[in-house]
Ligand binder design. Structure first.
Ligand SMILES: O=C(O)C1=C[C@@H](OP(=O)(O)O)[C@@H](O)[C@H](O)C1
Ligand SMILES: C=C(OP(=O)(O)O)C(=O)O
Length: 436
């Protein structure tokens, strides 16, 4: 439990480079493990979720060395994993679980796998069903959940699959399986979702056909180890973008942020709310990157619909906080996927905002927020729990900056899932002690 700080009168000031992208760090480990030769990953994200992917690969015999913020992976190819000594531990990480189900769908041994309490409630059938249609075998609790077993299998067959949800995790699992399958695997997405797997496969020398929201992939020749530089995570940067926009007098620069167009929904939506986010030093190195300059600014409410969600799915909690400070109404719809994240994030966001005096109503697929009123801790103090969800923990810490009264955060350790140094980095933008 920690007592959270209010922002100083001078607002948030300074420069910050947030840690490496979580989605890209997971994928760099996976591609590095199945490529031939050495892969070096710079600025990988040293967080609990990424360490779970790393632990699983080490358990399968892959040698991975950590040197500062660099990883050195000795690739073994897909056919030289060892049977694991213990069950594969996925921790809290949906990305590790779902991507590895595809990557490991054709191994000659059984692999029991498990996760923490939250992960054990998240659906896996969305991945196991199409993979089973390709010939993979899984045993899952109640046919959908961890713990389970990725069963031994020596044959995968390409399929044509129309995904019911625009999930990058499902798409990526099918790409990994399609790389090992006989024939062609065709994956059709209802909307674009993050394309880091497609980009990285090409970087490692693989071939993939991309045609709008349709992907075609065939069995791949052996991939070659690469040097991957991980951009700063836009999902982590989003907390500081909103913090600066809603805290008077703020002016911050976020360095080297990944602005992949399948991930930049937060920028587009904040601009639609009236934010002036300046983008400088733009460059492209497999993934597009830029520095973002953000200043305090009045915002107005907007409508966020299903088509907006995939490019901003993990940023919706912090976007809802921005909406609470915007003039007028913000409606979020088509976001039912939020109910199957680390917590039910629709429920969690509504709970947090309501406790801070915001008028917000819950919908099955989103929420309606009446913005523009200051946040207030009733009875001068409020204790809010992250319920073990890293993004809710960081949203509460940002809300506290502008809340009148004392805010205490319960279960702050959850931040270590994606951003272990979040509180220290926030403090770095508040150098003086003067409190509002
Ligand atoms: O592929 C990825 O790295 C991710 C995809 C998203 O999940 P879905 O695929 O379930 O939308 C996202 O919420 C998650 O944090 C990371
Ligand atoms: C949903 C998230 O991650 P995962 O699905 O990998 O647990 C997240 O990081 O917000």
């Amino acid at each position: 439990m920690i007592k959270l700080q209010s922002a100083p009168i001078s607002g948030l000031q300074g420069e910050l480079m947030v840690p490496g992208d979580k989605s890209i760090s997971h994928r760099a480990l996976m591609f590095g493990a199945i490529a031939q030769g050495q892969t070096v990953v710079d600025r990988f994200l040293a967080s609990a979720d990424v360490y779970h992917t790393m632990g699983v690969l080490q358990n399968l015999g892959v040698q991975i060395k950590e040197q500062g913020d660099q990883l050195i992976i000795e690739g073994r190819g897909l056919e030289h994993f060892h049977a694991p000594k213990t069950a594969l531990d996925m921790g809290n990480s949906g990305t590790s679980t779902r991507l590895l189900m595809g990557l490991l769908a054709k191994q000659p041994f059984d692999m029991p796998f498990f996760g923490d309490e939250s992960l054990s409630k998240r659906p896996l059938k969305r991945v196991s069903q199409p993979l089973q249609a390709m010939g993979a075998h899984f045993q899952l609790t109640d046919g959908d959940y961890l713990p389970g077993i990725i069963q031994a299998n020596n044959q995968l067959q390409g399929i044509h699959y129309e995904m019911p949800v625009a999930s990058a995790q499902v798409k990526s699992a099918l790409i990994f399986a399609g790389m090992q399958a006989e024939g062609t695997t065709t994956i059709v997405s209802p909307l674009a979702s993050r394309d880091h797997t497609e980009r990285m496969l090409q970087k490692f020398g693989g071939r993939i056909e991309l045609d709008g929201n349709t992907i075609r992939i065939e069995k791949q020749p052996l991939l070659q180890g690469q040097h991957v530089v991980v951009p700063a995570d836009i999902s982590s940067a989003a907390f500081f973008m909103v913090a600066a926009l809603i805290t008077p007098n703020s002016n911050i620069t976020l360095k080297g942020v990944g602005i992949n167009p399948t991930r930049d929904g937060i920028l587009r939506l904040l601009k639609k709310m009236g934010a002036n986010i300046e983008m400088v030093n733009r460059h492209d190195d497999q993934e597009p990157v830029a520095d973002l300059i953000i200043k305090y600014q009045p915002l107005h409410g907007i409508e966020i619909t299903a088509a907006d969600i995939p490019a901003t799915v993990d940023e919706l909690p912090i976007l809802a906080l921005a909406a609470s400070q915007a003039q007028g109404k913000t409606t979020i719809s088509g976001a039912q996927e939020l109910r199957v994240k680390e917590t039910d994030r629709i429920d969690a966001v509504v709970r947090v905002l309501s406790r801070l005096g915001v008028s917000v109503s819950e919908k099955p697929d989103g929420m309606v927020i009446e913005g523009g009123k200051p946040l207030v801790a009733h009875d001068q103090a409020v204790a809010l729990s992250s319920n073990g969800d890293h993004r809710i923990a960081m949203m509460i810490a940002v809300a506290a900056l502008i809340t009148k009264g004392e805010v205490t955060l319960i279960d702050e350790d959850a931040m270590a899932i994606s951003y272990p140094t979040f509180m220290a980095d926030l403090a770095q933008l508040m150098p003086n002690e003067e409190i509002k």
